[in-house]
Structures are given as C-alpha cells and as structure tokens.
Ligand binder design. Sequence first.
Ligand SMILES: CC(=O)[C@@H](O)[C@H](O)COP(=O)(O)O
Ligand SMILES: NCC(=O)COP(=O)(O)O
Length: 253
Amino acid sequence: MPVEEGLLRMIELGVNIDHVATLRQQRFTTYPDPVEAAVRAEEAGADAITLHLREDRRHIQDADVTAIRSKLRTRMNLECAITAEMLAIACHIKPQDVCLVPEKRSELTTEGGLDVAGQFDVVKAAVGQLHDAGIRVSLFIDPEAAQIDAAVRTGATVIELHTGAFADADGDAATALRELERIRKGVVYGITQGLRVNAGHGLHYGNVHEIAAIPGVSELNIGHAIVARAVFDGWEKAVRDMKALLVLACRAA
Ligand SMILES: CC(=O)[C@@H](O)[C@H](O)COP(=O)(O)O
Ligand SMILES: NCC(=O)COP(=O)(O)O
C-alpha cells in the first residue's frame, strides 16, 4: 500500500532505463551510460530503478545490471522472463524486486501480461526460487481477476497491472475508458487479495494522471516516455516532471 503522509497518498515512481541503453546499443558506444541514468534519476526523485534484462540483450546488458545494483540508493526492480538463466542471474544479483514478465524475441516491446493462470506451476516455482533468495516478486499481468487469483496462489506479494491496452487506446475515448475501468477494478481486487498493486507500460505525460489517480496504486513503472521527454528537456527535468504529475494526481484523487 502507498505510504500515507497525512492526507496525501504517496505513489512511487519506478524509472525504467531500458531505452537509455537502446540509444547506446544502436552504435555499441559506452554512452549514454545507464548507470549514470539510474543515479541521476534517483537524484531527480525516482523511488526505484527498473530495468529489463531481456534474453536477446537488445538494450540492458548483464554488466549494466551488475554495475547498477551496487550504485542504487533506492531500489532495483529487475524485470526478466522466467528462464533458468534469468532466474540464476536474479538470484546472484539479488535486487530488492524482480518483476516476472512474458517475453517473445520477435516482440517490439512487451505485448501482454504474464499468463500466470495458464503456466501456474512454472510461475509458482520461479516465485519460490526468488523468495528463497530474499527477493520480493512482482508478476506483470493483465488486469484480470483470474490472473490476480493465480498470482496470489503463487505466493507473489506484488502484481504490476499491464496498462498497455489503456495507453494504446490513445484517441479512442471509449476504449480508453473501458481499459481504465478494467485497471481500476484490478487495483481494487488486487488490494482486497492482500497484494501490493503497481502498474505500467506505455504511460506518458498525457495519460499518467488517470492511472496515478486510482486509489491504492502503489507504484508506476515508466520508461519510454521519460527517455523520450529527456531528449528535449533533459533527464532530470523529465524525471522531476513525471514525479510531479504523480504527486498532483494523488492530491486530486
Ligand atoms: C514489462 C514492460 O512493460 C516493460 O517494463 C518492458 O521493459 C518493456 O520492454 P522494453 O523496455 O524492451 O520495451
Ligand atoms: N513495466 C513497465 C515499465 O517498466 C516501463 O514501461 P514503458 O514506460 O517503457 O512502456
């Protein structure tokens, strides 16, 4: 549950630095450095740093994860697929949080939520392995009751609701409203099941307020839009401005 400070519900911002690494990987240079991005994002107000070590290493590299782990003052939220390789890396690095996400090499970005209900035993075993390593586990799922129920049964204590369908509905008000309602219901249901409920994917400066205003959301993980805004406004300002929008939305809720 978000930290209560007086009447102000505080929602946390996880800054995803994947696409700082995307820019670097375009020419295999040493810059921009994701480590510098992580440290400066924390200085600008990030409550956690999220990074997705993909099997194809298209952006974040193993060395980034190792280097960033020792530099963070807040919290590392490592996203990865459920594979023996990734679980071994996570158990070695021991981030505060691991968010298990689905992954297809052909995908441009994460397309859907993890099908916890459909691969329950595999997910439950991964959750147990990470818990044994002292890591808090989040499951990146669609806002569906069946997925939330399955998540609870795995022993995970956190879910991150996939906001991609809401974000992709930009411009189609009816669809956006329907997806927002799905997310809202998912937040309420997840909390009644005793879970910490986060959300993320595709959120930007124009749509984040609707998600941040949902009472009970603990954390939003946002990356692509912040990196894009930083091109024009600079990294720290992009992070500060996103954090300010979260605070405003909480105040208005
Ligand atoms: C799970 C999710 O929505 C993102 O955190 C994920 O990192 C997206 O993948 P890319 O960062 O590779 O686009
Ligand atoms: N889990 C969502 C995340 O970390 C960032 O997603 P995006 O803002 O890059 O789409």
